[in-house]
Design a protein around this ligand. Sequence first.
Ligand SMILES: C[S@@+](CC[C@H](N)C(=O)[O-])C[C@H]1O[C@@H](n2cnc3c(N)ncnc32)[C@H](O)[C@@H]1O
Length: 238
Amino acid sequence: MGFNLEKVVPWGRSFKEYCAMFALSESDLKKSILGAGDGPASFNAELTEQGGQIISADPVYKYSTTQIRQRIDAIFDDMLVQVTANADNLRLDKFGGAKQLGNVRMQAMEIFLQDFAKGKQQGRYLDIELPNLAFTDTQFDLSLCSHFLFLYSEQLGAEFHIQAILELCRVAKEVRIFPLLDLSHQPSVHLEAVILALENKGFLANIEEVEYEFQIGATQMLRIRNMATHLRRNGGSP
Ligand SMILES: C[S@@+](CC[C@H](N)C(=O)[O-])C[C@H]1O[C@@H](n2cnc3c(N)ncnc32)[C@H](O)[C@@H]1O
């Protein structure tokens, strides 16, 4: 079955949140970046505004601005109800409550919606989906994947995760994925299999703490580098 807008829950995060989730430094922001599954996040729009180089890949980009806006409007109130019902598992205090979180998400999605048509024309938003990315090997310095891989561990199996992450490693020199918890706020059941598969292929996969927490306990990202490149840069030390 193909990708269907009715199944998407558009809920975009901001540039500030991406920087915190992925521990992005000033020099990271100068790299050529692939955002996998960026959806209606404002990271692409805001980074581009600052002169950064980014392409976002997401099947939702096959739809128009109007269609994505309609979908956002259709689910927004329900998302706030779900957030409120789930409050015990979320750091809503960081936003000042569910309503304020909704405002932050809506602001980010509005920035995305304002940028989408122009960005699509410029080739910054591509209707491409994991696990097959139509990019050349190491086309990007860095690939980021926020709130897609590992989060949907119940819906997407270990094989999908392994294929998708190996594909991200093919097209980018470094990959960072956040969060490592699933939608039930449990550590992803696929994490161990993914790390093993990556190590077998010669990648270095590290779990690192970051200065971001929204789902309670989701404070870690997975950073993956090519072992040979990494050792060369560090004079042989891991
Ligand atoms: C929960 S949203 C996260 C959006 C954004 N990354 C953020 O953190 O604000 C998940 C996104 O994954 C996208 N997605 C679903 N299947 C995908 C696939 N096979 N490859 C890439 N993205 C996909 C959805 O369209 C949606 O935009």
